[in-house]
Write a protein that binds this ligand. Structure first.
Ligand code: 13P
Length: 255
């Protein structure tokens, strides 16, 4: 079975409203022109999500994801945004466990597992991020780190829920550094993750799982990365803020 590719843009905490509007408009023009065959997702900050979902509903050129979701369902959790709220404005997926949230907001695997449950409860696809820091790679323990993240964040799910999950491998040393993992390094970890999933859920689920690569993926290196058999697309940071670059990456995911 051939998996279609997915390209998701993580805007992180960038752009004001006008800039967000402009980026969406530029992107729509380019996607309309290029008609990439991959699935395109944009993940703007919360205040721009409804703008994005309105545009998505009108033009059907991309889907919209959030960058975070609450671990709680509803109620007295000041400052939180629930999966139900996201669902109610047409958000279809959500980045969960990005390394920046693990690092700056102390999100541990137990919390992340709850966030995954919340997303799935409202039929939002979790894009669950894993990845090692430089020191862990240098020590050669990156496979152990990734195994723990996958097991503790996702392996409580039954097969019916797991089939709605996307995993993103983002080596922390490659995020925002310009230091991309080589295609061989990415492939090695992606194959490892698929192997873990095969052991737990069997071959069919493992084969249909999308595993995205993230970390300095850009218009210059995307083709090579996406050519790896277990790399099913990308989670793009910096390059997703430039319409031309992001559209080019989508095109490269369409071959
Ligand atoms: P960069 O593409 O800027 O390295 O960021 C990757 C990332 O963190 C996407 O979630």
């Amino acid at each position: 079975m051939k998996r279609n590719k997915i390209v998701a843009g993580n805007w992180k905490m960038n752009l004001d409203f006008d800039e967000a509007q402009m980026l969406i408009e530029d992107l729509e023009n380019l996607l309309d022109e290029k008609q990439p065959s991959c699935e395109v997702i944009i993940c703007p900050p919360f205040p721009y999500l409804e703008l994005a979902t309105d545009e998505a509903a009108e033009h059907e050129l991309f889907e919209v994801g959030a960058q975070n979701v609450s671990a709680f369902d509803s109620g007295a959790y000041t400052g939180e945004v629930s999966a139900k709220m996201l669902d109610s404005i047409g958000v279809s997926c959500c980045i969960i466990g990005h390394s920046e949230r693990r690092k700056y907001f102390n999100e541990d695997n137990a919390t992340l597992a709850q966030k995954v449950n919340q997303a799935l409860k409202y039929e939002i696809v979790p894009i669950f991020c894993v990845g090692e820091v430089l020191e862990e790679r240098e020590k050669g323990i990156h496979f152990d780190v990734i195994r723990k993240q996958v097991e503790e964040g996702l392996f409580h799910l039954d097969a019916g829920d797991f089939e709605n999950v996307v995993i993103a491998y983002e080596p922390v040393w490659a995020i925002g550094t310009g230091k991309t993992a080589t295609p061989a390094q990415a492939q090695e970890v992606h194959a490892f993750i698929r192997g873990l999933v095969k052991e737990k859920y069997g071959e069919d689920l493992a084969n249909q799982l999308h595993i995205l690569y993230g970390g300095s993926c850009n218009a210059k290196n995307a083709t090579e990365l996406f050519a790896q058999p277990d790399v099913d697309g990308g989670l793009i940071g910096g390059a997703s803020l430039k319409a031309e670059d992001f559209a080019s990456i989508c095109e490269q995911a369409s071959n």
